[in-house]
Design a protein around this ligand. Structure first.
Ligand SMILES: [Fe+2]
Ligand SMILES: [Fe+2]
Length: 135
């Protein structure tokens, strides 16, 4: 599994959110490491579960900020979060039951979604929040 290096390009300019994104990237890297070292299904599932829980917490942080600062695209952004959680739960189920999805595929899905969402949707949110004085 490749390792994702945190870079300034990921920053959206709001400290609390950037710290949480950093933590998500760390968790993604831990997952990649566990897969690369062929840790068992239980270990991999455990990390996916913790990542999902942390994502739920992180999304609530962003959604509270969206409400507080009246972000115009908040329903669309929240929908992306909700769909992601559903997809992670589906992936975890498929992993649990075995055969339908590989840990590598789960990693790639998490990686691709996170990077795209941070660089596009969260960056747009960050611009709004920064303009509203959030740091
Ligand atoms: Fe985010
Ligand atoms: Fe987001």
């Amino acid at each position: 599994m490749e390792t994702v290096a945190w870079a300034h390009g990921f920053e959206i300019g709001v400290k609390s959110i950037d710290e949480q994104h950093k933590r998500l990237v760390e968790m993604l890297n831990s997952l990649g490491q566990a897969i690369g070292e062929s840790h068992g299904k239980e270990a991999v599932m455990g990390i996916v579960e913790r990542m999902k829980d942390y994502a739920v917490y992180h999304f609530s942080t962003e959604e509270e900020a969206m409400e507080a600062k009246d972000y115009p695209k908040r329903s669309q952004h929240k929908q992306e979060h909700d769909t992601f959680i559903e997809q992670v739960l589906d992936a975890a189920d498929a992993l649990e039951s075995g055969g339908k999805i590989t840990p590598q595929e789960v990693w790639s899905f998490l990686h691709d979604w996170l990077v795209k969402h941070i660089l596009e949707s969260d960056k747009a949110l960050g611009q709004h929040l920064s303009a509203q004085g959030m740091q």
